[in-house]
Ligand binder design. Sequence first.
Ligand SMILES: Cc1cc2nc3c(=O)[nH]c(=O)nc-3n(C[C@H](O)[C@H](O)[C@H](O)COP(=O)(O)OP(=O)(O)OC[C@H]3O[C@@H](n4cnc5c(N)ncnc54)[C@H](O)[C@@H]3O)c2cc1C
Length: 399
Amino acid sequence: MEFQFTERETAFEAEVEKFLKAALPEDWPEHARQWPGGYGALEPESKEAKKIAGEFNQKLVEKGWTTISWPKAFGGKAYSNMEQAIFDERMSYYHAPAFSIATGIAGPTILKFGTDENKQDWLPKIANKEIEMWLGYSEPNAGSDLAGIQTTAVRDGDAYIINGQKTWSTKAHTADCAWLIARTDPQGHRHKSISLFVVDNQTPGITIRPLNNILGIHSFNEVFFDNVRVPRRNLIGQENMGFYYLMTALDFERLMVGVGAFKRGLERLTGFVRQAERDGSPLGRNAAVRQRLADIAVRIEVAYLFFWRTASMLDKGLVPSVESSALKLVTTELSRKLADVYMEVLGPYGQLLRDEDGAPFNGLAPRGYLDCISATIGAGTSEIQRNIISMRGLGLPAR
Ligand SMILES: Cc1cc2nc3c(=O)[nH]c(=O)nc-3n(C[C@H](O)[C@H](O)[C@H](O)COP(=O)(O)OP(=O)(O)OC[C@H]3O[C@@H](n4cnc5c(N)ncnc54)[C@H](O)[C@@H]3O)c2cc1C
């Protein structure tokens, strides 16, 4: 079986590529400094990079390209999921600063489960990039087992009062609203007592404290909710159905893998190997190096096949749940493998940090070596993805 894009898809891919080349400086990946699959540097770090990212997102809004697969009624272009995947692949290949929890996770979940009121309240704002969100799922005592959350939301007239703590909350300090799960029926079944809310960060009673990641960057936080009053209309969908919406939201999150960044990462290393010499011989002749690069190339191809497959399943109205876990597993483990190979191929030079003399790719390798671990934990660990595949894919019983 041979997969090929349609004429329309091929033309769209070329259009996205042309847009990206015009909208981002040629050396943008150097500014972005994001390891393929890594969570460590989702936000641009320097002032200059932040400015470029802001302008880039404005250009996306002007082009109507923030939510291309959404229905036109909600600010989308009604493009296919395959076109969305083509768009995402090119964006990630160019390390474009387009990562968004609101457009990638919250919006699609509201489209699927939200009430009419939810759709009117949130979708236009998301499509126009007026709001960004952070994910309020994990708590100190609930990560892999999210049904164990202790944060509560208690009805009080036309509002809910939220109390509790979230942790590892990526972007909570830069986003506008929480996409939050809280327990609305403490006596109920653990999966049928959770609800999903959008909570404005400015609401009184919210305290956000920084947590630095392994790169030393303030990327995530712990967030405290102390009698936070949230309007009832900020409940998404039906009360106590939030855990089921969450499962779909997690599937959307697991599909947000930037496969293009892996291809770019391999091309960068292969380019280095082509021109480098070691002990007087071209590095490209070194058998061990060739083996490593070929191995990575095959793994990237596998990731791409899962990626296109999930898009094509979505276009057929199928639910790629096992496939989204498989895609997440394959790409995040690849993130670690790629970091290992960078280190092996670069040898001692691979340990040189940014701005040190002779540091290949200006110190990206040691950064990637640290950052790659995060990918295998966030959005559900590799063990949890294997559990999902064994239960939903292989029909094995839950433990
Ligand atoms: C970089 C990063 C960003 C994150 N961003 C966010 C965010 O924005 N919002 C948010 O809500 N959370 C976020 N998280 C939290 C993340 O979702 C959790 O860390 C993850 O789900 C694991 O939960 P835990 O840390 O509580 O570990 P635990 O659930 O305590 O797991 C500990 C270990 O036990 C293993 N384990 C647990 N249960 C099983 C099982 N049933 N079978 C086999 N092995 C098991 C796990 O795989 C892991 O190795 C982020 C995490 C990281 C690393």
